[in-house]
Design a binder for this molecule. Structure first.
Ligand code: ATP
Length: 228
């Protein structure tokens, strides 16, 4: 088991946003968190990273309780977080953005460029000059450079053109092929159907539905919960 969340209540200040959430990500699995805006997807991913207040419950990574560990310790243990606001350094080049993130392990510059040839083509361009799709690829690539053992992606396709979404799907599937477990928050059902093995559908901070992605794709409640 990569990640096991049990009975999680978490939120901001005095206000819980997530209520009794249970969720698992097994080794090698791609799991999606679906839900409309405000359902609590980002809050859940942030709770795994230690960025929001946890009122009760458990977040265990490879059997180890994380709840009392700060963010940097969780990153050291192998959690890689890709936020939805694509925090790259605008004044650094693509190459520099990658190199500052590097830690020893599976991924280095050459392997990243093999996985994402577009980044090699623009390696001397400043981060601030990239298109939305290029920024998203660079953000994911930066996190890979830290050599995570579990990848958390917050709305990786948000605001991207369909061709770029295809590229992100290919990337996610390639990482899955490497055996990297991935938890991703999404609203794009088509993309999620292409990449995820299982999904959890959140509404107002609670898991309303969960199951195999193939089954969920055909359930009318999913479209209703996503307001499609
Ligand atoms: P989105 O797609 O809009 O990011 P989401 O499913 O990720 O949606 P969250 O961002 O987790 O949803 O928000 C869940 C709830 O928590 C919302 O009601 C939101 O208003 C509230 N919330 C989010 N961030 C904060 C914050 N910093 N302080 C207080 N409440 C917050």
């Amino acid at each position: 088991m990569s990640l096991r969340i049990e009975g999680l209540r978490a939120g901001y200040g005095e206000i819980p946003v997530l209520h009794d959430v249970n969720l698992e990500v097994r080794e090698g699995e791609v799991v999606a968190l679906l839900g409309r805006n405000g359902a609590g997807k980002t809050t859940l991913i942030k709770a795994v990273m230690g960025m929001v207040r946890v009122f009760s419950g458990s977040v265990a990574y490879r059997g180890r309780e994380l709840i009392h560990l700060p963010l940097f310790r969780r990153a050291q243990l192998g959690l890689g977080y890709v936020p939805d606001d694509r925090r790259i350094f605008p004044e650094l080049t693509v190459r520099e953005n990658l190199l500052v993130a590097q830690r020893p392990g599976r991924w280095n510059l050459e392997q990243i460029y093999r996985l994402l040839p577009r980044l090699k083509e623009i390696e001397h361009r400043k981060g601030g000059l990239l298109s939305g799709g290029e920024q998203q690829m660079l953000t994911i690539a930066r996190t890979l450079m830290t050599n995570p053992q579990l990848l958390l992606l917050d709305e990786p396709t948000e605001g991207l053109a369909p061709l770029v979404v295809e590229e992100i799907a290919r990337l996610v599937l390639e990482l899955k092929g490497e055996g990297l477990p991935i938890l991703l928050a999404e609203q794009n059902l088509k993309f999620t159907g292409q990449v995820a093995d299982r999904a959890y559908v959140l509404e107002t901070g609670e898991v309303r539905l969960e199951g195999e992605m193939e089954d969920l794709l055909h359930r009318e409640e999913v479209a209703a919960l996503l307001a499609l």
